[in-house]
Design a protein around this ligand. Structure first.
Ligand SMILES: Cc1cc2nc3c(=O)[nH]c(=O)nc-3n(C[C@H](O)[C@H](O)[C@H](O)COP(=O)(O)OP(=O)(O)OC[C@H]3O[C@@H](n4cnc5c(N)ncnc54)[C@H](O)[C@@H]3O)c2cc1C
Length: 268
């Protein structure tokens, strides 16, 4: 069965949790100090997009908005088997909150044209708001299914199982539709040999790079600069606090009968 045409997957580069990202005076993250990685939640979105292509056809375009270095996660997406990638990068995007981010990503999607499915991660490990996917669906005026952990497409409708507290819910929606993928979805599979070879070629040949990685600015997507960056962001970071590291005492108990008695005393 091959009836999908265009599948978009939105991925974001985040600071690696193990590295020390600082905080700027205005409360934003100082990303320059941090090691970078693909948002772990977006790995599930990527796998969902690859599954959609495998089962129902179409071309996958991975889209990210971020600084020029965010190109690294587009290489990673190509290694996993996406067909095209887009980096939206522009100085006027700096300082964008989720509202401005979803506006910029919506304009990017409009620029790219028709699509059947958009996959997003559940949330990010830096901003952590889980707002961007839903905001984009609202801005595009299309249905959204959040917390999706499995899906199939029948009669041009997506039937998705979503996680809810204490169980799951099955929803059916017409295409085009936006899906945020839960981390109970299948883990991202290995990179493909074809993808790894393609990225190697891209590193060597500028022409190939231009074919597979398109870099856009806000003029390309016809975005209004008033709706972007700090100016276009209604969120105000009033205060940030450094939380001191939590440490505890660790006691190692050895033995069998004595151990259970000692443990009983401790738990009391
Ligand atoms: C005042 C203020 C200033 C900020 N300034 C900056 C800044 O200068 N630079 C910066 O990087 N962040 C900045 N941020 C953080 C930025 O707003 C969020 O990182 C961004 O809007 C995404 O929100 P989130 O991380 O909570 O994503 P969530 O809503 O938790 O993400 C859900 C999903 O949406 C998709 N998604 C989210 N963001 C992107 C993206 N950028 N590209 C592609 N897909 C995406 C992914 O699929 C992701 O899994 C700022 C925030 C505030 C409040």
């Amino acid at each position: 069965m091959s009836f999908l045409k265009n599948i978009f997957v939105l991925i974001k580069q985040v600071p690696d949790q193990g590295s020390k990202a600082g905080v700027n005076l205005d409360g934003t993250i100082d990303r320059a100090k941090a090691r970078r990685m693909l948002n772990p939640f977006d790995r599930y979105a990527l796998q969902a997009a690859l599954d959609a292509k495998k089962n129902y056809g179409g071309q996958i375009t991975a889209i990210t908005m971020g600084p020029p270095l965010a190109i690294e996660i587009l290489f990673e997406a190509l290694e996993h088997g996406v067909d095209n990638t887009i980096l939206l990068s522009d100085r006027s995007l700096a300082g964008s909150d989720t509202w401005a981010t979803s506006y910029a990503l919506k304009k990017t999607i409009n620029y790219l044209g028709e699509f059947d499915l958009i996959f997003c991660g559940l949330q990010t490990t830096d901003g952590d708001t889980a707002q961007v996917g839903s905001q984009i669906a609202e801005r595009l005026n299309i249905p959204q299914i959040t917390y999706c952990e499995d899906f199939k497409i029948e009669n041009e409708k997506i039937i998705a199982r979503r996680v809810i507290e204490g169980g799951h819910q099955t929803l059916k929606a017409p295409l085009p539709c936006l899906i945020t993928v839960a981390n109970s979805y299948k883990a991202l599979k290995y990179k493909t040999i074809h993808g790894a070879k393609l990225v190697q070629d891209i590193m060597r040949e500028e022409e190939k790079k231009n074919k597979y990685i398109k870099i856009l600015n806000i003029n390309d997507i016809k975005a209004n600069p008033d709706f972007l960056g700090i100016k276009g962001s209604p969120t105000i970071v009033s205060k940030t606090e450094k939380i001191s590291e939590i440490s505890g005492n660790c006691k190692i108990l050895k033995g069998s009968k004595e151990l259970s008695l000692e443990l009983k005393e401790i738990l009391k």
